[in-house]
Design a protein around this ligand. Sequence first.
Ligand code: WTA
Length: 649
Amino acid sequence: MSEVHVYPVNQQIAERAHITEEQYSDMYQQSVSDPEAFWREHGKIVDWITPYNKIKQTSFDTGHVNIKWFEDGTLNVSANCLDRHLATRGDQPAIIWEGDDPADDATLTYNQLHQQVCQFANALKAQGVKKGDVVCLYMPMVAEAAVAMLACTRVGAVHTIVFGGFSPEALAGRIIDSKAKVVVTADEGVRGGRAVPLKKNVDDALKHPEVTSIEKVVVFQRTGNPVEWDNQRDVWWHDATAAVPDHCDPEPMNAEDPLFILYTSGSTGKPKGVLHTTGGYLVYATMTFKYVFDYQEGEVYWCTADVGWITGHSYLVYGPLANGATTLLFEGVPNYPSTARMSEVVDKHQVNILYTAPTAIRALMAKGDEAIAGTQRSSLRIMGSVGEPINPEAWEWYHRTIGDSRCPIVDTWWQTETGGILITPLPGATALKPGSATRPFFGVQPALVDNMGNILPGATEGNLVMLDSWPGQMRTLWGDHERFEQTYFSTFKGMYFTGDGARRDEDGYYWITGRVDDVLNISGHRMGTAEIESALVAFDKIAEAAIVGVPHDIKGQAIYAYITLNDGVIPTAELHKEVKDWVRKEIGPIATPDFLHWTDALPKTRSGKIMRRILRKIATGDTGSLGDTSTLADPSVVDKLIAEKEKVV
Ligand code: WTA
């Protein structure tokens, strides 16, 4: 390994930071030696309607996994994100919206956002939505996406957001699993100068014979282009909100009432509905936002994530608004219409804290100084990274070029399942090492284990697990607690298994090495290999498929597909395109294979299990060390695959 450059804590930042180096050590010690006392105190970061007495009821015992925090307290999320700020920050911007077109922007103050949320909450009620109902949001990046989320929490409905880039089929699958009653969408989305046909996709999804739960579709008018209309079912957002009062009392929710479901990819089967509940999630999102980004009163914070991902939930909407921050919601992409768009938006809105993903950083890095042309970025104070390991070169470029060597970078490691950030530097407390997510947040107890589940001490490398619960942890998989236990608590008994591997250095810093299961990370988006494979074999000309990830300069990983066609089917350029289009239609553009490798046979063991280890090595051209191939039913397939690789495009 090349030598690691250490960046000491920035003293200017440390002087006014919420947490200093010493405080971090003391508080961390306290948080793990007496979690009850620690969270009894810090649970107060949010406002409770009924204060909690119980703090932590959690068990990681396989067969009895049970996670409850602040169990007897009641609260409302929208009241915490809105009402409690009105007296002091009613006229402060809550959301700054920056459109795809640089000429479009808008600001909503806390007063205005509160009013819109109350109105939309009443509109939802008028459409029949009640506490506990599931509402599916399939929205573009407009302020109304946040309004809809908050309105759900106001009436106690459970939202499930589906990323606008997912196909009608993927949307249908999530509606079927969640049994959503209402869909909230827009006529079209706008991204990078292109329209996304959201309403049409909803119409197509609702044609699926198994989608039977949807009663109403509420449509926000974004572009005004014509859409098909079902008078019984469809209602315009502006009509639904026109005739309703702008007062709506927040529904008192139990801490353990469901807040939202968010589907994510796993190593097997269909996407999993990760369930987060109200109290613990909000406490954790609020506290991590404040300390990880060292948020100071009045600052402008920009997270580039889409609301369709967990980052868009915890650190675009809930964490910032619960802290009374100004959060910037950007409709577009970082390099449109100009390569310097991200930097231009920073200047335009005087952004102080920027939170983005390595894939965006690498795409800009490839353009060099063009990415900052004509901009100052002097408002920036702190920058963050999330979604995948950030390579030290990209970290250094981000630090030097976007941040003018002035801003600490928080490389935050976490997952949909963890609700909030678990491993991260704190800007005023942690010396930085480019490429390392550094140290655990308060209350988080990571460990590295070998494949037998033995905890490894000291500087070492292994499977990343968590030994105890934290308030933001997921509670179950929607409707499938058994799969929840199986997926996360059966590999290593009594521990939460993250699916990631990591290294810990002599300073106790964690370096995430990536997934150790069959989950890919494409531009920071999780994709299960099994999901893409099942989409491929559903194509009528394909007999069998195996997916592996290969390194990619900008996306982090690219999708490499081994495909066996049905007897008599000839691989042609047209078929190549057909297969890619098929996956795009079944799941969405992010799942489209980059490489198709036609083959007659896959390497299988005698019991019929595909040896992915070999497929991974062949795909990356690492054929010098294929390891033991003697357990293959037919070892000659390996040489054939290596020869075929020449022709792969
Ligand atoms: C990866 C995104 C290295 C990791 C919040 C994890 C990271 C998966 C980092 C979760 C990071 C996320 N460094 N790897 N800072 N952040 N990951 O559920 O593999 O979309 O398991 O949540 O992304 O992806 P998810």
